[in-house]
Ligand binder design. Structure first.
Ligand code: GDP
Length: 602
C-alpha cells in the first residue's frame, strides 16, 4: 500500500515533459503538441536527416526521436480505436452496417455486356439519346462514365463503359457496382465466345441478366436460334420457362427500348435495392482522369448516403475536398444521392477506377486515414498471400473459410471441357462444392485472371498456355494457374487438395547475411540494428533469423529496412542498413542476421 509518507521527494532534476503523440501526424501537429514552432521541428528533423515540410505527415517513431531530442518523453496516444474506425470507414466496410429504418429504394445500376460488334455502344447511345433530352437538363450530355435515365417514375443508372472486362476488373478491386447486366446478343449472329464469357462473369458475380436481342431490324435475325444457344450457355429465357427476360430491340431503329427499360425495372424490383440517403456518402470511382485545366477529375457512383459539395473525402490513397460536382449534363450539382453519378473536382491526385470514396468528418481525419491506408497496404504487401491455391485449399476449408472451390477451366480444344468438368464436379463433398465458373478453349487470358481474382478462384489450363499480360497479373496478384496435360492428374490433384492430401513441397532459400555492428536505441523500447550486409541482398519482404554465437535467438518479418533515414525495399552486399525485426528488441553487436524466403519447390 502507498501512504503519503512513502511518496518520494521530487527528483532534483526536472523530469522530461511528457508528450502524447499519435501513430501518424503532421509536422505542424507535432509542433503544436510540444508548443514549439513547426520551424523548430523541421530543423530537428533535418538534423536527423529527414527533410520535411510543415504539412508532411510523419510516423510516431520519427516524431518520438525529434521529441526526445527536444527534451520530451514521447508516448504513443491510444487513439487506436478512433483510428480503426476511420480506416474501417475508409475501406467502405461501413456499408454493411446500414440503419435499417432509414433505408429507401435506390435506382439500379446497369452494365451492358456482350460480344464485340453486337451493338453494346449503339444501345448505350440509343438509350441516352431517346431518354435524355439534353435541353431539359440545361446542358449538353457529356461522357463522364455513367448516366441516368428516367422511366415510369423510376431512375436507372447506366455505366458507360460496356463489357464484362471492366465489370470484372472493378470486382477484382473489391467493388461491385452493377446490379443488373444487360446482355446484348445480335439476332443475326447469336451466342459468341464473348457472350459466353459475359454470362459466366455475370453469374460469378451473382448479377441477374436481361437479354437484349439486338439488330432485330435485320432480315436474317433469328430469335429462335439465339434462344436455343442461350439455353445451351446456361441462360434460359422466360419464354422457354426460365427466369431471364429477353427483349427484342434495335439500337439502330430505336425499337424496343422502352420495353427493355421496363424489364430492367422489373428485375430490379425483385432485388429490392435500398440505401440510406441520410448519411455520409460512400461511393465508387467509375472513371477518373487528369484535366489540364481542372486538375484531377473522378466520376463517382454513390453507393449509399449523399455526397455534397464541400465534403472532405478519401478516395483510395488520395484525398481532397469536393470543390465542385457536375452531373452528366455538365451542370453543377450541390449533392448526389444513392446510385447517382457525379463528377467531382478537388482531389489531390487521380484515383483508380474501382476505388472507394468515403466522406470524412474533417480534413485532419482524411489526411490521417490516407497515411494509415498507405501504411496498411505496405504492411499487407509484405505478408501478401495468394488468393486461393491448391496448396492452401485444405487449410481454408478446415478453417471454414471456403465453402466453394471456384475453377476457371481453359483447354486447347472444346472437346476436352466436358470430361474435365464432370470429373471435377464429381469431387464435390460435404465441406466444399467444386464449381466450374467459366470454361473456354484457348490460352488463359487477362479476363480469366481477373475473374479468378474477383471470384477467389483458381485456373486450370489443360494443354494450353497463358498470355503474357495474364501471366503478369497472375504473378502480381498471386493467382494459382495450374498447367496440366493429363486429365487424371488434374482430378487427382484437386481431389488431394480437397482432402488435405496434396503435399506442397517448399524449400527455404537463404537470400542474405548481415552482421550487427551497432545498436541504436530509439524512443521507448525500440532499438534498431545498424548492420552490414556480408553477402546476398536483403529484400524487405524476406524473413529474418537472428543468430548469436551460432544459436538462433529470434525469427520474424522485417518491420524496418532503412538506408540512412529512407525506407528501402532492398539492400545489397557491402552496404550498411538499419534493421528492425517484428517483435524483437534486443540486438547485440556481433549478432548475425540470416535472411530467407520460402519458395515452392518445383
Ligand atoms: P459493340 O462492339 O458491341 O459496342 O458494337 P457497336 O455498338 O459498335 O455496333 C457494331 C455495329 O453494329 C455498328 O456498325 C452498328 O452500327 C451496328 N449496329 C448496332 N446496333 C444495330 C442494330 O440494332 N441494327 C443494325 N442493323 N445494326 C446495328
Amino acid at each position: 500500500m502507498t501512504t503519503d509518507a512513502e511518496v518520494k521527494p521530487e527528483a532534483p532534476v526536472a523530469p522530461a515533459k511528457m508528450v502524447e503523440i499519435p501513430r501518424v501526424l503532421s509536422v505542424k501537429d507535432l509542433g503544436d503538441l510540444m508548443h514549439v514552432s513547426p520551424v523548430e521541428v523541421i530543423k530537428e528533423l533535418m538534423k536527423n536527416g529527414v527533410m520535411a515540410s510543415i504539412n508532411q505527415v510523419i510516423d510516431f517513431d520519427t516524431a518520438a526521436i525529434v521529441a526526445t531530442d527536444m527534451g520530451f518523453e514521447a508516448v504513443e496516444t491510444h487513439a487506436q480505436d478512433q483510428r480503426e474506425v476511420l480506416v474501417e470507414r475508409a475501406s467502405g466496410k461501413q456499408t454493411i452496417e446500414e440503419d435499417e429504418t432509414k433505408l429507401q429504394p435506390r435506382p439500379p445500376v446497369v452494365t451492358i455486356m456482350g460480344h464485340v460488334d453486337h451493338g453494346k455502344t449503339s444501345l448505350l447511345d440509343a438509350i441516352r439519346e431517346t431518354k435524355v433530352t439534353a435541353s431539359e437538363h440545361g446542358g449538353i450530355t457529356q461522357h463522364i462514365g455513367a448516366y441516368q435515365v428516367h422511366v415510369n417514375d423510376h431512375d436507372i443508372t447506366f455505366l458507360d463503359t460496356p463489357g464484362h472486362e471492366a465489370f470484372t476488373a472493378m470486382r477484382a478491386r473489391g467493388a461491385q457496382v452493377t446490379d443488373v447486366a444487360v446482355l446484348v446478343v445480335a439476332a443475326d449472329d447469336g451466342v459468341m465466345p464473348q457472350t459466353k464469357e459475359a454470362i459466366d462473369h455475370a453469374k460469378a458475380a451473382g448479377v441477374p441478366i436481361v437479354v437484349a436481342l439486338n439488330k432485330i431490324d435485320l432480315e436474317d435475325a433469328n430469335p429462335d436460334r439465339v434462344k436455343k444457344e442461350l439455353s445451351d450457355a446456361g441462360v434460359v429465357v422466360e419464354e422457354w420457362g426460365g427466369d431471364t427476360p429477353m427483349v427484342a430491340v434495335s439500337a439502330r431503329s430505336k425499337v424496343g427500348l422502352d420495353d427493355l427499360l421496363s424489364n430492367i425495372l422489373v428485375v430490379s424490383e425483385v432485388l429490392d435495392l435500398k440505401a440510406n440517403p441520410d448519411r455520409e456518402a460512400i461511393g465508387i470511382v467509375v472513371e477518373a482522369e487528369l484535366s489540364k485545366t481542372r486538375g484531377p477529375l473522378a466520376t463517382v457512383l454513390v453507393k449509399t448516403g449523399t455526397l455534397r459539395d464541400g465534403d472532405y473525402v478519401v478516395v483510395g490513397e488520395t484525398m481532397g475536398r469536393v470543390k465542385a460536382m457536375l452531373n452528366e449534363h455538365g451542370k453543377r450539382i450541390k449533392s448526389a444521392g444513392p446510385s447517382a453519378p457525379a463528377e467531382i473536382l478537388g482531389l489531390q491526385s487521380v484515383p483508380k477506377a474501382g476505388e472507394m470514396l468515403v466522406v470524412m468528418p474533417d480534413e485532419k481525419s482524411a489526411r490521417t486515414t490516407v497515411t494509415e491506408r498507405i501504411r496498411q497496404r505496405e504492411a499487407a504487401a509484405m505478408h501478401q498471400q495468394a488468393h486461393v491455391t491448391l496448396d492452401t485449399l485444405f487449410g481454408e476449408i478446415s478453417a471454414g473459410k471456403l465453402k466453394e472451390l471456384n475453377i476457371i477451366l481453359k483447354t486447347d480444344v472444346q472437346g476436352s471441357i466436358e470430361p474435365i468438368r464432370s470429373s471435377l464436379e464429381r469431387l464435390t463433398n460435404e465441406q466444399v462444392k467444386v464449381k466450374i465458373i467459366h470454361t473456354g478453349s484457348g490460352a488463359v487470358t487477362e479476363s480469366d485472371v481477373m475473374l479468378a481474382i474477383a471470384s477467389k478462384g483458381i485456373i486450370i489450363a489443360f494443354n494450353t498456355g497463358t498470355e503474357g499480360g495474364a501471366e503478369r497479373i497472375a504473378t502480381t496478384d498471386k493467382v494459382d494457374i495450374r498447367h496440366y496435360n493429363i486429365i487424371y492428374k488434374i482430378v487427382e490433384d484437386v481431389d488431394k487438395a480437397l482432402t488435405g492430401m496434396l503435399e506442397p513441397t517448399f524449400k527455404e532459400v537463404i537470400t542474405a547475411h548481415a552482421e550487427v555492428r551497432k545498436v541504436f536505441r530509439v524512443a521507448r523500447k525500440n532499438s534498431i540494428a545498424g548492420a552490414y550486409v556480408r553477402d546476398g541482398t536483403i529484400v524487405r519482404t524476406d524473413t529474418a533469423r537472428l543468430q548469436r554465437n551460432g544459436a538462433v535467438i529470434a525469427e520474424g518479418k522485417l518491420s524496418t529496412l532503412k538506408r540512412f533515414q529512407e525506407d528501402v525495399r532492398e539492400v545489397q552486399t557491402n552496404f550498411e542498413c538499419g534493421i528492425q525485426i517484428d517483435g524483437f528488441d534486443s540486438f547485440e553487436e556481433g549478432d548475425v542476421i540470416e535472411f530467407f524466403r520460402i519458395e515452392r519447390d518445383t
